[in-house]
Unconditional design. Structure first.
Length: 333
């Protein structure tokens, strides 16, 4: 395992970031809404030993694959989301959030009888109190899969990269991936996958898969006790996937990039202060895809993604960052 460079040269980082504006990134995956109820706590309920939160305001943001798209746009790129939502109030809200972000909706498909995934978090005094979810994560029927394939293939026209954002909410399937991923490769597009274990055998052909430590352990079957175990697990998984790169995200311990040619790179975390890790993985894959589309090497793209993650975990709630914030983080070293 080799140490990462201390920082990316500022001029090179600026050169890569300047090309984000010309990049069109297709984001295929599980679209959702993140709702937040913000308030304060001054007492414990007399009905149960739980805090009573006085709600002071509410907010909503794009979540899941939608947050990937939001991050792409915040960094100056163009996002084309492809996924599902319900014919319900949540679906209306999802569409409004995309429209407000300037993101086109033609890749989004309503599904009757299936709720839009909504994660609601209650936050008091900057502390996450509880989360409750509304969702249906079972598979969709064949007709929906075929319609989603059509939308995904149409979205690849003129694209510069593809992100597959799997939150295991049912939008992705083996059939969908087997139709879309070979076409992305035929077009020469970088493909970045934020995975879940269930569909791991079907993420191929792709450029890089970005499991967290738990996902890498589950998918490889390797028990992780040491850093060496993590690389063993990564190499085993890399062999199964047949892709050139694997990027294991390690939270506060940074990232580990493993290449099929035998090299590896440990990238330490760059977060100054961690308030909320929600959506950090979305920021990583969005930045990776944009950087690769802009002509960055994989190492350069990973260093930029690590810097981007270090910025967003310092923000509370589902967050994104701008190119100015990314370059400022690069300058800070």
């Amino acid at each position: 395992m080799h140490p990462a460079p201390a920082h990316l040269d500022q001029r090179r980082a600026a050169e890569i970031a300047a090309r984000f504006a010309g990049a069109r990134i297709v984001v295929l995956g599980d679209m959702m809404v993140d709702r937040f109820l913000w308030g304060s706590v001054s007492r414990i309920s007399p009905e149960a030993p739980v805090p009573v939160v006085l709600v002071e305001r509410e907010s909503a943001a794009l979540g899941g694959a939608g947050n990937v798209a939001s991050n792409v746009v915040a960094l100056g790129g163009a996002a084309v989301p492809v996924g599902l939502h319900g014919e319900d109030d949540g679906g209306v809200l999802l569409g409004r959030l995309f429209s407000e972000a300037g993101i086109a909706l033609q890749g989004l498909m309503p599904v009757a009888g299936r709720p839009t995934t909504i994660k609601t978090r209650i936050v008091a005094h900057h502390q996450h109190v509880v989360r409750f979810d509304r969702e249906e994560d079972g598979p969709v029927d064949d007709g929906v899969v075929h319609a989603l394939v059509t939308r995904a293939l149409a979205a690849l026209e003129g694209a510069n990269a593809l992100v597959v954002s799997d939150y295991e909410k049912g939008a992705l399937s083996a059939e969908l991936l087997e139709a879309v991923l070979p076409e992305a490769k035929r077009r020469g597009l970088p493909v970045v996958v934020d995975p879940k274990t269930r569909l791991m055998p079907h993420y191929r052909p792709v450029t890089v898969v970005t499991p967290n430590v738990r996902e890498a352990a589950e998918a490889s079957g390797v028990r992780l006790r040491t850093d060496d175990d993590l690389e063993v697990a990564g190499r085993k998984l890399l062999g199964r996937l047949g892709c050139p790169w694997l990027l294991i995200t390690r939270g506060e311990r940074g990232m580990l990039l493993i290449s099929a040619d035998g090299g590896s790179l440990a990238v330490p975390t760059r977060a100054r202060e961690v308030f909320d890790v929600s959506g950090a993985g979305d920021t990583v894959v969005a930045t990776l895809a944009l950087a690769l589309a802009a002509g960055a090497t994989m190492t350069e793209a990973v260093v930029l993604s690590n810097l981007a993650a270090g910025v967003v975990v310092g923000k509370l709630g589902t967050a994104s960052l701008t190119t100015a914030e990314l370059l400022e983080a690069c300058a800070a070293g």
